[in-house]
Structures are given as structure tokens and as C-alpha cells.
Design a protein around this ligand. Structure first.
Ligand code: PRX
Length: 701
């Protein structure tokens, strides 16, 4: 295996050159020497040594890292025990079982008292409006978290309880999640873009006893009355026989009414004229955050948790349609996000880090909150969107806070590319050192634009492949070590042992294409699906016993680089977010006009992939633009705006096999007007296909 660096590119600068080898025509980019010089991992050789050690001696490798953290009691028994093989019994993974700690203590108290970084800024908060800013130090954050932990305790929240959080990107969101962690209660954060129905479903699935939300917020120009959605969700929970006993509400848009000092995050009053958001109030259930905080005490002893105690639940789409509650645990997750953050972004004390992801997704959990804080980093917490008030917003924030490491999604890059270079080059961006991407494969065109325009050709790009389930990065370059190929997530992180399997489950060597799996556990791997361990085993371990199955396909090239080729199940990746086709289909058939629905992915220039829906109507209903609007509304209400389809096509019938299975493979081809349908011997009625081709949607609706 000849790697680019070994083939000898001498000379300075981040250069481009043609790769030898006909198969992968990809060019490779060497890490800039000025980055390598000060990097934690300064060469590919050093990466390889560390990676080899992490696999051969995982207990020692992670044991050394664990020494950096505070443990109330050390690990009494084996550092790692696991079973990855369903044929040998129950799947389980235990890192440091029996050791006790608290992740909130480690990311706040340890940073303030042991590292003496109490006065360091933990977050620069930038609101939806550029003038709405504030900052919060580690010490201030600790005080807020202790206060709010006491609030939760007073409301009866104990270790093991589940708390739902439904909030925009404001400092109180971080405070709320860390307060749960301090008490050993599991936070279940639901992205504020999800519908009330989705929130209700998640509250019920993990029987959350308390909800924390916000009055309202702006996303760009759009006002979101979050409390109204939260009320609807709680009403639905009540109807289903599960009354949530307490709802704590942050006054965010209404902050201006609060006197200074009442605002827990020290956020300045919201400057944007705030229309009267009508908040309905349920006496006995609803409570204002600021009122509870005023009464709360300063001291709060953390709850000491087992390393294997659950830390949080985060729901991700499942191919059966019902979201899965991914469970991460205290000790392993802490080690893994702290370590990936340090090495993948090559973190140094003076860095200002900015991950644009919402905390409602795993990227926000791991790289807005836990990973940066565990390293004592200063981060930006951004409430707004990249195009408001104009398309240069991200770069003006980069200059404002002198951001050094910047992490975003390919969909954001593709969106901004459309507006040309000027909104970027208008700002200096001189502080930037490392750029990152996550969530979906990045097309080389977007990679090259990100590198050339945003990074001015001097910043390495870390294309990080990982999942909600993995807790942290799995395949990724290291900025000072890995020669990059645009579109490849390159090599495994420490502790990660990837393999490529064929359909029969055989490991393929060298250049190969197949199923991406992992052979041994890393500390950040999920431990179960909340309340359904069998689903955990079936989804990730049944298909190929002995391996964790990612659900992604991949190709390994002649240099050993991994290229993700996309999902191999019925999941779609829209703007970096996984959606289940089954979930969208069930939202469609709930409409009285729809008898049957089939949803497939379709290429989209900005979102990467979008939804193309085929619907068969019930007798007596006609297909019209009013109906497509109603169906879109239905999906928004059932799931949320991210699942809004771009295309809805009338399908008098759907192509099926003789055994009655919908042929999605064929539907994907119809959506793309690709008549090369392959083997059609199993289709029951070929005339259906001709009919669908002639009625394709030609434009986004
Ligand atoms: O298909 C892969 C894609 O996103 C999926 C995981 O989605 P989710 O759990 O929502 O987490 C997203 C953020 C970590 C993966 O199974 N994916 C994620 N990152 C990449 C990617 N595909 C290609 N390249 C990536 N860098």
C-alpha cells in the first residue's frame, strides 16, 4: 500500500498533485507544514504508530487517556469487556465498569479548579441578530449549571430520570443538558425544528418526567413559537395517558422584559423588535426558568455515576419508521469525544472553535458541548442561520471571534457556494487554521471550493465520517498528518478497526467495495436502544455476526483510503440528516386521500439528497396542487420541516414484484428519468412503469 506522503512530495505548502494509480483518479493534498509542525500528530507515521497501539492495546491506550479525567473511584475490574457476536449471546460493551465519575464535573469543575481556567470564555454566544451577543466563562457556566441542577432536584429529578429538552441554540440549552448530567438524569434533546408530534413521540418513548423549553425564537426572519409546539406535544402526551408534570420555560424572546441579572446566561436583551408572542400558560405545570433560578442555591454536589451509567438518549431515524433512542454512557463517551476533539481538530489552548451544528443533533452534543468543554476550549454558540442577515454571516462571525477551527456540513458549503466567492472574501478569515465537514459525503467540487475560497488554500479539511450511534468521529484525517483526498474520510481514528465486507460477510482485503463495518468497540459506541435492546442487536449486529454494521457502503482505494458510498438501507440523507423513508410514507398514508405511498431519495444540488414521493390516491380523490400542499403540511406536522418533500408524483399504481414488494430501485430510476432499469424479470405489471415515466415531476414543487 503506497501512501501519497511516502511517494515523496517534498517542498512546502499545501500542494495538489496527481495520484499515481488509475483507479482512484483523486488528487491528494499534503498537510501544510506549518500545521504539522505544531500538531499533536505531526506525521502519517506517527498516526500509524498511535493507531496500531490503540488497536493492539486498547486498554492501555484508553487507560492513559482516562488518567487525564477525574474519577471518584478508579476502575475496579477489567477496563474493557464486550461481546460483538450475536451467535455467542447478548451484545454488550463495557468500558471501565465500576469506576465512578461525573461528566459535568469533568467538563466544568475540573476545568475551573484543576486546570485553573475559570476565567476562560467557554462560549461566545451569537444570537440570530448580529448585535445580540454575550459570553460566558467556565466559572459562570459552572454557577449556572449548579443553580439549575438544584432547580431540577427541587422538581424531584433524580439519577436515572429522563428529561426532555426542546430549545433553540441559547446558553440555557447547554446549562440544561449539563445540569441533567450533573444529577445523573438522562437528557433527551429534541431538535427545535421537529414537530410537536415528534416531540410527543420521543417524550413517550422514554417517559420523560419533565420538559425544558423556550418561549419563542427567530431563525433568520422566521419566528418560531416554540412554547405553542411544546404545549401541543404535552397535550398529546396527556391524551395518551402520560401527563408530564413540569414544563420549565426560558424567557428568550421576552428577555428584554427581565431586569439585568435575571437573565441566567447574561444574554443581553433581545434587540429585535419582538411582536407579542402569545404564550399560553398551564398553571401547575409551566414554570419560568428565571423565577426558579432566583431561588436556587449555588452549591450542588454532583451525582457520582458508574462509567457505564447512561448519560443521554438521542433519537435517530430508524429504517422501520420509528425513531431509535440511541443511548450513550458517561465514561466511554467522555473519553471518546474529548479525544476525537483534541486530535481531529488539533486543539490547542488558544483556539476558538466553532461547530455550526445544532445541539439537537449528535454533532452538537459531541462537538458543541461535551468535546470542547472537556478540553477547556473556547467555542462559538450560534443561534442563527448562514444566510441571515446576509450570505456572509458565517465569515463575519469567524472574523469577529477570530475562529481558528471551523466545523460545518457539506450542505451549508453547497448553499453558500451558490452566492459566489465575494461574500467569503469580503472577510479576512486570517484566523482560520483547520476546516471540518460532517454529515454526508462531500462532493469534490464543494471540497475544493471550501479549501480554495474559505480556507485560502492553507487550511487542511477534516472530512469526518461518523454517526449518532458512534458518539464521535470514526474515519477522519488528522490535520497535521493525513494527506487528504477530496471526498474521502481517509483513515480510521484511534481505536477504530474498519473492515469492508461482501454480501456473504467475508472481509475484503486491499482495494474493495462493500459494507462498512467495525470489528471492535471504541469507547464512544452506543450501548443500547432505549427500552429495546433487541432492536439494538438486530439493527447493528445481526446481519454480520461479530461486527458493528454501520448501514453505509464504502470503497477502499489502493492507498487504503475509505470513501463512503452512501446508505445501503432505506434511509435518506437530507442536508446531512438521516430520514427514514418508512416514517415519511406513514405520514403520507395518514392523509385520507392517500391509499399507498413510496418515498425514494433524489439528487439535490444543495441538500445532497431530497425526497421524491409517489402517492396512490384512494378512489374519489383527485391529484391537485392543493393536495400536494396538504401532504407537505401533513409531513411537516408529523415529522418536521426537514422532511418536507421536493417532489410528489401521482402514481395510479406502484411498480411491485410478483410477491407484492414495492420496487424502490425502479422508482429511484423513474424519479431520475433513467430508463436503464436493469433486471425487470420480477415486475408484476410493466405497464405501470411506462405510465409513471410519462408523469414524472419535472420541477421542484
Ligand atoms: O451515511 C452516513 C452519513 O450520515 C450518517 C449518520 O447520520 P447521523 O447519525 O444523523 O449523524 C450525522 C452526524 C455525525 C452516516 O451513516 N455521514 C456522516 N458523516 C459522513 C457521512 N457520509 C459520508 N461522509 C461523512 N463525512
Amino acid at each position: 500500500m503506497g501512501l501519497p506522503e511516502e511517494r515523496g512530495r517534498s517542498g512546502g505548502g499545501s500542494g495538489v498533485r496527481e495520484e499515481a494509480g488509475a483507479r482512484s483518479r483523486a488528487r491528494s493534498w499534503s498537510p501544510p507544514p506549518e500545521v504539522s509542525r505544531s500538531a499533536h500528530v505531526p506525521s502519517l507515521q506517527r498516526y500509524r504508530e498511535l493507531h496500531r497501539r490503540s488497536l493492539e492495546e486498547p486498554r492501555e491506550f484508553w487507560g492513559d487517556i482516562a488518567k487525564e479525567f477525574y474519577w471518584k473511584t478508579p476502575c475496579p475490574g477489567p477496563f474493557l469487556q464486550y461481546n460483538f457476536d450475536v451467535t455467542k449471546g447478548k451484545i454488550f460493551i463495557e468500558w471501565m465498569k465500576g469506576a465512578t465519575t461525573n461528566i459535568c464535573y469533568n467538563v466544568l469543575d475540573r476545568i475551573v479548579y484543576e486546570k485553573k481556567l475559570g476565567d476562560k470564555v467557554a462560549f461566545y454566544w451569537e444570537g440570530n441578530e448580529p448585535e445580540e451577543t454575550t459570553q460566558i466563562t467556565y466559572r459562570e457556566l459552572l454557577v449556572q449549571v449548579c443553580h439549575f441542577s438544584n432547580v431540577l432536584r427541587k422538581q424531584g429529578i433524580c439519577k436515572g430520570d429522563r428529561v426532555a429538552i426542546y430549545m433553540p441554540m441559547i446558553p440555557e440549552l447547554v446549562v440544561a443538558m449539563l445540569a441533567c448530567a450533573r444529577l445523573g438524569a438522562l437528557h433527551s434533546i429534541v431538535f427545535a425544528g421537529f414537530s410537536s408530534e415528534s416531540l410527543c413521540e420521543r417524550i413517550l418513548d422514554s417517559s420523560c418526567s419533565l420538559l425544558i423549553t423556550t418561549d419563542a425564537f427567530y431563525r433568520g426572519e422566521k419566528l418560531v413559537n416554540l412554547k405553542e409546539l411544546a404545549d401541543e406535544a404535552l397535550e398529546k402526551c396527556r391524551e395518551k395517558g402520560f401527563p408530564v408534570r413540569c414544563c420549565i420555560v426560558v424567557k428568550h424572546l421576552g428577555r428584554a422584559e427581565l431586569g439585568t441579572g435575571d437573565s441566567p446566561s447574561q444574554s443581553p436583551p433581545i434587540k429585535r423588535p419582538c411582536p407579542d408572542v402569545q404564550i399560553s400558560w398551564n398553571e401547575g405545570v409551566d414554570m419560568w426558568w428565571h423565577e426558579l433560578m432566583q431561588e436556587a442555591g449555588d452549591e450542588c454536589e454532583p451525582e457520582w455515576c458508574d462509567a457505564e451509567d447512561p448519560l443521554f438518549i438521542l433519537y435517530t431515524s430508524g429504517s422501520t419508521g420509528k425513531p431509535k433512542g440511541v443511548v450513550h454512557t458517561v465514561g466511554g463517551y467522555m473519553l471518546y469525544v474529548a479525544t476525537t476533539f483534541k486530535y481531529v481538530f488539533d486543539f490547542h489552548a488558544e483556539d476558538v472553535f466553532w461547530c455550526t451544528a445544532d445541539i439537537g443533533w449528535i454533532t452538537g452534543h459531541s462537538y458543541v458541548t461535551y468535546g470542547p468543554l472537556a478540553n477547556g476550549a473556547t467555542s462559538v454558540l450560534f443561534e442563527g442561520i448562514p444566510t441571515y442577515p446576509d450570505t456572509s454571516r458565517l465569515w463575519s462571525i469567524v472574523d469577529k471571534y477570530k475562529v481558528t477551527k471551523f466545523y460545518t456540513a457539506p450542505t451549508a458549503i453547497r448553499l453558500l457556494m451558490k452566492f459566489g466567492d465575494e461574500p467569503v472574501t469580503r472577510h479576512s478569515r486570517a484566523s482560520l487554521q483547520v476546516l471540518g465537514t460532517v454529515g454526508e459525503p462531500i462532493n469534490p467540487e464543494a471540497w475544493l471550493w471550501y479549501h480554495r475560497v474559505v480556507g485560502a488554500q492553507r487550511c487542511p479539511i477534516v472530512d469526518t465520517f461518523w454517526q449518532t450511534e458512534t458518539g464521535g468521529h470514526m474515519l477522519t484525517p488528522l490535520p497535521g498528518a493525513t494527506p487528504m483526498k477530496p471526498g474521502s474520510a481517509t483513515f480510521p481514528f484511534f481505536g477504530v478497526a474498519p473492515a469492508v465486507l461482501n454480501e456473504s460477510g467475508e472481509e475484503l482485503e486491499g482495494e474493495a467495495e462493500g459494507y462498512l463495518v467495525f470489528k471492535q468497540p471504541w469507547p464512544g459506541i452506543m450501548r443500547t436502544v432505549y427500552g429495546n435492546h433487541e432492536r439494538f442487536e438486530t439493527t447493528y449486529f445481526k446481519k454480520f455476526p461479530g461486527y458493528y454494521v454501520t448501514g453505509d457502503g464504502c470503497r477502499r482505494d489502493q492507498d487504503g483510503y475509505y470513501w463512503i458510498t452512501g446508505r445501503i438501507d432505506d434511509m435518506l440523507n437530507v442536508s446531512g440528516h438521516l430520514l427514514s423513508t418508512a416514517e415519511v410514507e406513514s405520514a403520507l398514508v395518514e392523509h385520507e386521500a392517500v391509499a399507498e405511498a413510496a418515498v425514494v431519495g433524489h439528487p439535490h444540488p444543495v441538500k445532497g439528497e431530497c425526497l421524491y414521493c409517489f402517492v396512490t390516491l384512494c378512489d374519489g380523490h383527485t391529484f391537485s396542487s392543493t393536495l400536494t400542499e396538504e401532504l407537505k403540511k401533513q409531513i411537516r406536522e408529523k415529522i418536521g420541516p426537514i422532511a418536507t418533500p421536493d417532489y410528489i408524483q401521482n402514481a395510479p399504481s406502484l411498480p411491485k414484484t410478483r410477491s407484492g414488494k414495492i420496487m424502490r430501485r425502479v422508482l429511484r430510476k423513474i424519479a431520475q428519468n433513467d430508463h436503464d432499469l436493469g433486471d425487470m424479470s420480477t415486475v408484476a405489471d410493466p405497464s405501470v412503469i411506462t405510465q409513471l415515466f410519462s408523469h414524472r415531476c419535472l420541477t421542484i414543487q
